[in-house]
Design a protein around this ligand. Structure first.
Ligand SMILES: [Fe+2]
Ligand SMILES: [Fe+2]
Length: 135
């Protein structure tokens, strides 16, 4: 099942960040598909590791971008990223001990958070970027 697909309304009007969000959506969908199909543990773990690693890189990039242009809510945005990275790291550990429905619930939480972050919270810096002509 597709958890999220790109829509131009999700654009933050910064080409490099849009490209990263598109890739994250592909990785989210991979994870969701593997989780739904009940494929083996190894596949699920690999998809989660791929998503985790890419998410961490993306957060670093996005934070350096926001800091560079003195985005006024940089700190709170960074904190949201940091909290989520802790959650995802804990989930990675928990997944090894979880079964069936519990496993699915944990994956769903990650998918929901990321989806919500990309389409709502990241959108909050768009006005600032547009007003300052940053692309
Ligand atoms: Fe982002
Ligand atoms: Fe973000």
């Amino acid at each position: 099942m597709i958890a999220i697909s790109w829509d131009d309304s999700y654009s933050v009007h910064v080409e490099s960040i849009d490209a990263q969000h598109k890739k994250m959506m592909r990785l989210i969908n991979d994870l969701n598909r593997i989780s739904d199909s009940g494929q083996d543990e190894g596949q699920l773990e690999l998809a989660l590791i791929n998503l985790c690693d890419y998410t961490r890189k993306h957060f670093e990039y996005e934070e350096s971008f926001l800091e560079k242009y003195h985005y006024p809510f940089y700190k709170s945005h960074q904190e949201k990223h940091a909290i989520f990275l802790k959650t995802i790291a804990q989930t990675k550990k928990d997944l090894l001990n979880a079964h069936g429905r519990h496993k699915k619930k944990k994956i769903d939480t990650i998918v929901f958070w990321l989806k919500n972050h990309i389409i709502k919270e990241d959108k909050q810096y768009v006005c600032f970027m547009l007003e300052h002509g940053i692309k």
